[in-house]
Every structure is written in structure tokens, then in C-alpha cells.
Design a protein. Structure first.
Lengths: 157, 157
């Protein structure tokens, strides 16, 4: 990254990496899942259920910030493979909770443990301050980009 | 972002924002382009030509890290609207260079000027060190995620 950039230009250069980074992350997660029998999308659902304990399809959809159809399709596939089980929802007879099974708990625990080791190793290359700054700016960008939607500024045309 | 996380966990939390951030950026860029008659994809091509001066379709494809078909389709649309013009490539009679026209130069200059103002304003909320740390980690992540592809580590199964 060139060092003669203004702060705004430097930030812009970093933000421009968001698209290739997401593509590389997806390919990487896919490669790391080889042999587990779990797809990238299923991994995300299993991880969400691991954190939430149990959740309805709309709760998983909200958590993952993805399309409802995607969650419906993947939950169906996970149910068929015995990776997810449905439990009655006492509040809404029409909707069900989903939760991990012993098999999928073991699989997602293994996946997350490997990922955790990789992130710990990667994180050790940076100071706590650098990582905190990365997260601070990443969060602020996310808020800023979603907050301004609809309010376009055409000050310089 | 919780503060009781280990460096690896904090980093993971930040990286998990990559997908929603890209979606928010795309929606935001779309909103900011309203009234310009330029799509998000066309904006990317115009920006690339603004930086490269002139380029062949494969050069634009490589620069933007997108699909060849996408560039071909958008270049065609931009040619039809007079936003891009073709010039002969002395090295390869079969391939042509593309470059901006006066009209599209004015449009992309206006778009980039507005974006620059927004990034400068956003960047002013952080120290130079924080922005440098963000870019350093964002670049390192991108290299790390693409470098390890194919070499999966199943140390913890």
C-alpha cells in the first residue's frame, strides 16, 4: 500500500480490497471444508446454531443477513442429513426451533477449532492496537455505509 | 465490538463484517449513482479507465478482478452510450484499447470527487495510525486468504 496517500485515499485503497477479500475468504473456507461434507452456506448455519443454541429459520436468516430462501433450502438439506433437528416452538406452533445434533456439534466444533487456530496464528503478526483499529474502522464503515443509504449527496456535480 | 476477546477472536469478529460491508457498499454506491445514468459495474470500469488511461478488455478484467463476460457486456453498453471509445491497438490488430470520452471523463470525475469528499470526511474520524493498521491488516488478510488456497490444514479434526 503506497505511503504517500492522504488518510482518505489510504482508507479508500483498503476498502477497495473488500470485494476480492470476500471472494478469497469464500474460496478458502470452501477448501478448508473439503472432506467435512459441509458446504460454506451450511457451515454458516451450523456456526449460527452453535452460537444461538437453538433458533427459528427467521432468526438464522436475521443473524446471517442472507436470503430467507437460502436458509430454508440449507436447513432442509441439514435436516435430511441429520445435522440439524427440529424442536417444537412453544410460542408459535407453526414455527419450529432448529438445533445441532451430536454429529454436527462435533463437526462444527472441529471446523471452528481449526479456524480459531488459524486466526490466532494470523493475529499474532499484529499488535492488539492494530487489530483493535482494524475492527473499529471495519465496524464504522459498515455502520456508515448502511446509515447513509437513501441520503445521496450530490455536492460536487 | 466486545473488549474481552482474544486478538484472534477480535480479528474474526472484524472479518465476519466483510460480507455485510460489501453488500452495504454496493447499495450505497448504487444510491450515490442515482441520476448519473451509470451502474455500479460501469462505474468500476470508468474508474479503471480513468486510472489506466486506456486499456484492453482483458486488462480491465484483470484490474477489476471480475468475470470477462461482465466486462465485455458493460464495455458494449458504454460504447453504445458514447461513454467509452475504442482505439486501435498497434500491438494486436484483433484487440482494441478503450478509453474515456470527454462526457464520461466529466461524469466519473464528478463521481470520484464526491466519493473522495465522503472518504476524507470519514477518514477524519480516525488517526493516521488507525487507518494504516486497517489497511495493513486488510492487505495481509487478502494475501493470506489467497495464498493458502489448496493447502488445507486439518490439524484439529
Amino acid at each position: 500500500m503506497p505511503h504517500d496517500l492522504t488518510p482518505g485515499e489510504l482508507l479508500y485503497a483498503g476498502v477497495q480490497l473488500t470485494r476480492p477479500l470476500l471472494r478469497n475468504i469464500t474460496t478458502r473456507v470452501e477448501a478448508d471444508l473439503a472432506g467435512t461434507g459441509v458446504s460454506v452456506g451450511q457451515r454458516a448455519i451450523l456456526e449460527a446454531l452453535r452460537e444461538l443454541g437453538q433458533a427459528t429459520a427467521p432468526q438464522i436468516t436475521g443473524r446471517l443477513d442472507v436470503k430467507r430462501q437460502f436458509v430454508g433450502r440449507e436447513i432442509k438439506a441439514l435436516l435430511e442429513r441429520g445435522f440439524v433437528e427440529a424442536v417444537a416452538n412453544p410460542d408459535h406452533r407453526a414455527s419450529r426451533f432448529y438445533r445441532l445434533t451430536p454429529t454436527s456439534t462435533r463437526i462444527i466444533d472441529g471446523i471452528r477449532m481449526r479456524e480459531k487456530e488459524q486466526f490466532d496464528a494470523f493475529a499474532s503478526r499484529f499488535t492488539r492496537e492494530e487489530i483493535a483499529a482494524y475492527c473499529k474502522i471495519q465496524s464504522a464503515l459498515n455502520r456508515e455505509m448502511s446509515a447513509r443509504q437513501g441520503r445521496t449527496e450530490h455536492t460536487a456535480t
